[in-house]
Ligand binder design. Structure first.
Ligand SMILES: Cc1cc2nc3c(=O)[nH]c(=O)nc-3n(C[C@H](O)[C@H](O)[C@H](O)COP(=O)(O)OP(=O)(O)OC[C@H]3O[C@@H](n4cnc5c(N)ncnc54)[C@H](O)[C@@H]3O)c2cc1C
Length: 428
């Protein structure tokens, strides 16, 4: 067993970082500011000091999850009446961005965990359901929420399969066959962050009775207990960045999943995916945090204020000043569109809001890496040593635009098509 990781003294002793989005300037409530500040404090004083070890060892941030539980942050999107913090979409996104400043892998995996409560919670509340279905959903999700709030249960969100399903093109290949009291699940999920560490895998799969054809309308969102018979984690995990996410391959072989493990009622995931598109923007906060971290590091480095480095100033060179100005402009542009997009997330957004969400995702994912790239060039050789966080931020930031279903390429693809064609239009 590996030893627990402690926070470093230098991180704990530093002056508190300013909020990523100043609550007054961005008109946030005191409650939002408090939740964000809770996450920022944990990130700066604890997570930042552990991040290098998780990265180096490609090890899941187990200790950070204990701390997130203690701070109430595992239940951020769970209603207050059920023991959570009752955060809405915007509050969650802003808080996740704060965590991303200090440990990308923690923020990204926390996103997968929180989405199980955000999607089954505020998002599902926005979708049409008959009264009986809603009541049953409320009863079921309360069971999931209790596990999280009381026991610190961790949920993940494996949907990628290596085919076109994760991009939303076809039905998921992972199948759930209805049986008495639940389903038998068979399939494979690749890049399943939190593999071997989540207590429940929130699997997207296709409900298919014997002889039935697969349809995206029959997508189910099931919490498969990690310890269930027939669940296995295979393959290694030695990637370029986001190494602490431990995104290995999950195999499901005739896994029985009880009816009450459904995270959404039948048909609701399909409705959500088509009418609540911002549900796929939730991977971006991590990268807003990384963009800010790359910028903050550069300013501190050029001012000779990076802990552990000699206090050598490099800020007097015009080329450094121009580079910092370019980074600043890029950061402000990225944060501005992203803030607007996460603020207007809702059911049935307008076409302009959907295009803005794609543009915000593209800007966050590509922008974080552009800023980190400029940071490396500007700070120079000593700043890219593994003893400092910048090279990790750079590698982590490169992974953002690969995240399905809204990869950078797919965002461009959709913006171009949807800007030029109205639904149903063609050139035939
Ligand atoms: C650090 C990390 C953590 C991850 N964690 C998770 C997780 O927890 N859960 C999860 O489900 N997945 C996760 N993923 C997986 C991720 O979402 C992708 O599925 C994965 O990177 C595999 O993508 P690919 O590039 O091989 O996909 P491919 O399907 O091979 O696609 C390749 C590229 O082609 C483009 N493309 C695909 N389809 C289309 C289309 N119809 N039109 C135009 N272009 C298209 C896209 O830009 C895509 O990036 C993670 C990935 C990383 C890197």
């Amino acid at each position: 067993m590996t030893a627990p990781i402690a926070a470093t003294k230098s991180a704990a002793a530093a002056a508190p970082d300013a909020p990523l989005f100043d609550p007054k300037a961005f008109r946030l409530t005191d409650e939002q500011a408090e939740i964000m500040s809770r996450a920022r404090h944990l990130g700066q004083t604890v997570f930042a000091g552990r991040a290098a070890t998780y990265d180096r060892e490609a090890r899941f941030p187990v200790e950070n999850y204990h701390d997130l539980h203690k701070a109430g942050l595992l239940g951020i999107a769970i209603p207050k009446a059920l023991g959570g913090l009752g955060a809405n979409y915007q509050t969650y996104a802003l808080t996740a961005a704060e965590i991303g400043r200090y440990c990308g892998a923690t923020a990204l995996t926390w996103n997968m965990h929180v989405c199980s409560t955000l999607w089954s919670g505020p998002l599902a509340d926005d979708l049409e359901m008959d009264a009986a279905t809603r009541a049953e959903h409320a009863r079921r999700r309360a069971v999931h929420y209790k596990r999280i709030v009381d026991d610190g249960a961790i949920y993940s969100q494996p949907f990628s399969e290596g085919g076109a399903a994760a991009a939303g093109g076809v039905a998921f290949g992972t199948e759930a066959k209805p049986v008495k009291g639940g389903w038998l699940v068979n399939g494979k999920k690749i890049f399943a962050s939190l593999s071997g560490h989540a207590d429940y895998y929130g699997v997207l799969c296709t409900e298919m009775a014997e002889g039935e054809k697969a349809s995206r309308r029959n997508t189910l969102y099931l919490a498969v207990p990690a310890k269930a018979e027939g669940v296995s984690v295979v393959g290694d995990w030695d990637p370029l960045g986001m190494r602490g996410t431990v995104s290995r391959t999950l195999i499901f072989k005739d896994v029985f999943v009880a009816e009450d493990e459904a995270l959404m009622p039948r048909g609701v995931y399909f409705k959500a995916a088509s009418s609540w598109p911002h549900m796929f923007l939730t991977l971006s906060p991590t990268y807003i945090g990384l963009a800010q971290a790359a910028y903050d590091f550069t300013v501190r480095y050029l001012r000779g204020e990076v802990p552990g480095m000699p206090p050598v100033k490099r800020r007097m060179y015009p080329t450094k000043q121009i580079a910092v100005a370019q980074m600043h402009v890029k950061l402000e542009q990225t944060k501005a569109i992203w803030f607007q997009a996460v603020t207007e997330a809702c059911a049935n957004p307008t076409k302009a809001q959907v295009l803005r969400a794609y543009a915000a995702q593209f800007s966050a994912m590509e922008g974080a890496n552009e800023i980190a790239t400029l940071a490396i060039r500007t700070c120079g050789g000593q700043a890219m040593l593994k003893s400092l966080p910048l090279e990790r931020i750079y590698r982590d930031s490169r992974c953002g635009s690969l995240m399905l279903p809204w990869t950078a390429e797919l965002c461009l693809d959709r913006i171009g098509r949807e800007a030029l064609y109205e639904p149903g239009e063609s050139d035939e």
